[in-house]
Design a binder for this molecule. Structure first.
Ligand code: HEM
Length: 294
């Protein structure tokens, strides 16, 4: 999975310099993507064959059918409906994980950097995690009770938004369209969301440059805006899966480890590039020490 991500990155750079008519052929011949699909199949084929055989035998909705994106109703059902085979399943799994791995890793890294320079925040979050876990165990209900944690992660996304970048949600206009305010967008226009401009607008967030981990926890809105609550002033993808995944991993880390930055009080700088990307430092270190509990 990880090699596939690296390969796609390299392929993008290579294909970008080729003229359009060569891209399709070169994409197949000059990259190792097909090889990665085969390698992925080495692992997945037994599971795919098993699910497909079960579907043939018991129909689409058998008892105990798993509800996951791979084996459940999502990928394999779709591939079977299109009369495609295991290769396509592997291709889709690689594609989805391509979107899932680097983004989630970046989000975790950003949050770790932010916790590592704020020991008092780590204590606050730890208290919340321990109280929620004492009541509910390591469950989704406990995660839902971690409101300060949610607020902290929302602030991480607002400030550093991994893969959100200065611009996000690119859309190409396929047919000419006139918006409700009369603005005309001709075919071929690219429309984007100005993420940083929105997230650092003082009208949206007073003292916007300040990283305030409990900003939304302290919000005077009737319902605390969540990491998953998207709005005109919070333009991140808002995926529930990611929210739970990030909270589970980071909650476990704060509950079990003390973390500190490699250089005291220094929060590693983000890597911003000319293509407007914003990534966490990939050379900084965070030091972990297992917590001493009496
Ligand atoms: C912090 C973690 C993540 C971030 C920051 C992130 C960010 C994004 C962004 C900015 C988009 C484009 C949205 C748009 O243009 O409308 C996107 C699309 C997508 N993401 Fe994520 N993502 C994350 C995690 C994940 C995970 C864990 C998965 C899968 C398990 C995933 C699967 C997808 C898919 C399939 C799309 C394409 C959706 C479509 O075209 O309709 N993402 N993501």
């Amino acid at each position: 999975m990880v090699h596939f991500e690296e390969d796609v990155g390299k392929a993008v750079k290579f294909l970008a310099i080729l003229p359009g008519f060569m891209k399709r052929v070169a994409g197949r011949k000059a990259t190792v993507i097909d090889k990665r699909v085969q390698q992925c199949l080495d692992y997945l084929r037994p599971a795919i064959d098993d699910r497909m055989a079960t579907m043939t035998r018991f129909g689409k909705n058998w008892a105990d059918k798993p509800a996951c994106y791979f084996g459940g109703a999502w990928v394999i059902d779709e591939v079977v409906a299109r009369n495609q085979g295991p290769e396509e399943v592997a291709r889709i799994v690689l594609f989805i994980n391509f979107g899932a791995i680097s983004t989630t890793s970046a989000a975790i890294l950003q949050a770790l950097y932010d916790i590592s320079v704020r020991p008092e925040l780590a204590n606050t979050l730890r208290e919340e995690v321990e109280a929620a876990v004492a009541e509910e165990g390591w469950t989704k209900v406990a995660i839902n009770k971690m409101r300060k944690f949610d607020s902290f992660l929302r602030e991480c996304e607002r400030h550093n938004g991994p893969i959100i970048n200065a611009l996000s949600m690119f859309r190409n206009i396929l047919q000419p369209v006139t918006l409700s305010d009369g603005k005309f967008l001709p075919k071929g226009t690219t429309v984007v969301t100005p993420t940083f401009a929105t997230h650092f607008d003082e009208g949206n967030y007073p003292n916007a440059a300040l990283f305030d981990p409990l900003r939304s926890y302290k919000s005077d809105k009737a319902v605390q805006p969540q990491l998953t609550t998207t709005s005109a002033d919070y333009v991140t993808p808002g995926r529930f899966f990611v929210s739970n995944e990030l909270k589970a991993m980071l909650a476990y880390i704060v509950a079990n480890y003390d973390v500190k930055p490699e250089y005291e009080d220094v929060r590693p700088e983000n890597l911003r590039t000319r293509s407007l990307t914003n990534n966490p430092s990939d050379i900084a270190r965070v030091l972990f020490r297992r917590r001493q509990v009496d």
